[in-house]
Design a protein around this ligand. Sequence first.
Ligand code: XMP
Ligand code: MG
Length: 191
Amino acid sequence: MPSRWYDEDIERIIVTEEQIRDKTVELARQVAADYGQVHELLLICVLKGAVMFTADFTRELGRIGPPLELEFMSASSYGQGTTSSGVVRVRADLDRDIAGRHVLVVEDIIDSGLTLSWLLKYLTSQAAASVEVVTLFRKPDAIRSAPPLKYVGFDIAPEFVVGYGLDYGERYRELPFVGVLKPAAYARPDL
Ligand code: XMP
Ligand code: MG
């Protein structure tokens, strides 16, 4: 296999491409079973990190679930680097009215749970019929602080991960797996 520019930056793979694929199918099955009676479901992708998972999850759920619509929001507890700051910044509002709609927020990773708590409050205040969350990854802090979540892909250790949408300095989103960077990668001169 030819080497890629990022191979030398990765210390260890946490979740492989195949594990992500299998888990995505499993999560779609759970959601399809729970939403068997609804006429349609609105998926809200939380940009940018959830973009890969949303694209794959939406297609899997589409095969077996109710009709779907897709919206995008951008919300994160900002701060550069590898820790959440505690302040939520919303960079795009919803294009449509969600009153009376069943909403499923699609998240990449939940760490402190702050971004999610804020989002859930916001969506509930817009009078959605229901609001649930599917997240591909969850870190231990979120188990303590975030509201209980029905759909969680992988519980992972509290270390910074990249790939499959997740970035460090806007890099590494295109990796098909999720992994941990070598310490030297944090010191790349172009980041
Ligand atoms: P909170 O703390 O609000 O943060 O739950 C969730 C958001 O923080 C980002 N995040 C990460 N991004 N690797 C990343 O690339 C990580 O390990 C990581 N942990 C948290 C991410 O934007 C997420 O939506
Ligand atoms: Mg980020």
